[in-house]
Design a protein around this ligand. Sequence first.
Ligand SMILES: Nc1ncnc2c1ncn2[C@@H]1O[C@H](COP(=O)(O)OP(=O)(O)OP(=O)(O)O)[C@@H](O)[C@H]1O
Ligand SMILES: [Mg+2]
Length: 544
Amino acid sequence: MIRKLPPELIREIAAGEVISGPADVVRELLENALDAGATRLYIELWGGGLDKIVVRDNGLGIPREELGLALEHHTTSKLTDLQNIRTLGFRGEGLWAIRQAARVRLTSRPPQQLGGATLTAFQDKTELHEHPAPAGTQVEVTALFCHLPARRNALEAPAAEGRKVVHLVSRYLLHRPEIALRLVVDGEEKIAHAGGGFAEVIKLLWGSVVANRLLPLEAAEGPFTLRGLLSRPELSRPRRDRLLLALNRRPVEWPEPLLQAVLAAYKELLPAGQFPVGVLNLEIPTEHLLINTSPDKSRVRLIRPEAILGFVSQAVQGLLSAHPLARALPEPAPLTGPAPVQRVRFPRLRYLGSFRELYLLAEAGDELYVVDQHAAHERILYEELSRRYLEEPPLELPHPELLSLSLGEEMNLAERLEALEQAGLQIEPFGPGKYRVRTIPAFLAGYPSLVGEVVKGSLGASSFAVAWRTVLARLACLPAIKAGHPLSSASAQALLDALAGCELPWVCPHGRPTVLVLGEGELARRFGRRGVRAVVDPSPHRSE
Ligand SMILES: Nc1ncnc2c1ncn2[C@@H]1O[C@H](COP(=O)(O)OP(=O)(O)OP(=O)(O)O)[C@@H](O)[C@H]1O
Ligand SMILES: [Mg+2]
């Protein structure tokens, strides 16, 4: 039998969607404070937030006569147009939902109002007291879920709930480093930030080893701006948990195409399956953004994303090409301010000698370079192949090669016909599950035994671009100079020159570094010299 649910149950379900634990309470209060323009925030947590949560801000405050309204359902001062959401809150149910789940004391005074007031509320009951109060708002939430034992039992231990809050507050602070914020958990100060830039917050929360390996990014084009920090290639993680995005100041989960645009900009600077580290604040016109009304509003969709993806991809590529990316021996270079975007060229290296027939030693300016001969050669061959397949007309095979494809490969083939043809591969059906290869890229001419591997490789992975890159990288490492094979000085110098001519000389096609660099200053420091030798006549091969 279908029955209408009693009102108190409807209310509990609706409120439960917004507030399922202490971190949700903190998120709602934190977002309200930020929307109120707060520049100083104090957050306190007791018993993992189950006993007490306090959030105090120096924002706009709530007029005395509106305190009651603030705690009602569907009451907001923010939303005027769903197509144009500029605030974190807009539904008018954050405080209402907290009030269904716990006792709330809301104290506030707008700066221009004489005297403040406190509204105490729990479910339907409210009480108002007027009294002097500092400008701003303080919300105190106690006895969370005390009347809802099932919800309370579903929570983790207080320490775990407390950790979620620290994580959440950190996330907001990373995107709003200008805010001064203190977080105290069970009397212990967890975060104390006086306000500053991205680098200061990251140093505070992720440590200086991470902060020193990040590059500052600032880009703008038309209505789009992108600010933040992104890691140098040597700092990556197998998970995306430290690559954070805020869209129009809202911390969100990555819209997949946007994440792919950032990853693609790194090209092979990141080994497959690795993610950079960083914090990015992207601002776009609101008509490009659909904010899902999921309880925490963290899932968003981009509308007509092409121009945004192009902008982000350019900005990240510009950042990476504006910095020398050779990995330092032994320490990372210190963090510098935003650099003017100009392409940093790989220096012309002068060959000095080799070590164990694996590494080439070379100099440029006042730096010593150690080059992995094998990795460097792979990079050169890889870029050569990447050029050749586009430039040279494909080769028709005198006897078409017959292949059996798996179901997955057949499906990818159907989707990638055009891209495959551009790569020089014409493949036709030839009976169930069977295909014949009519043409191959010219660079495969001398290697008929590799045709099957190349075709199957190009039908794997998540996209043709990724699959094709893997195929070329694999080919580049087949005939590469075997590690340990001695090189004449002339051919070693030729290898270094060819590397300098590469588009991405810093890494091999698999993302391993090709060069390590040691500055003369670092050598002097390590040998305990007081200063580097005065260089009277700088080498003609100074790095550019
Ligand atoms: N810290 C604060 N400072 C100033 N005003 C506040 C503060 N917290 C709440 N308010 C006022 O109370 C109103 C209701 O807050 P509530 O969080 O319930 O809804 P909202 O923020 O408008 O939307 P959402 O439900 O999406 O969070 C806000 O619109 C705002 O006017
Ligand atoms: Mg709110």
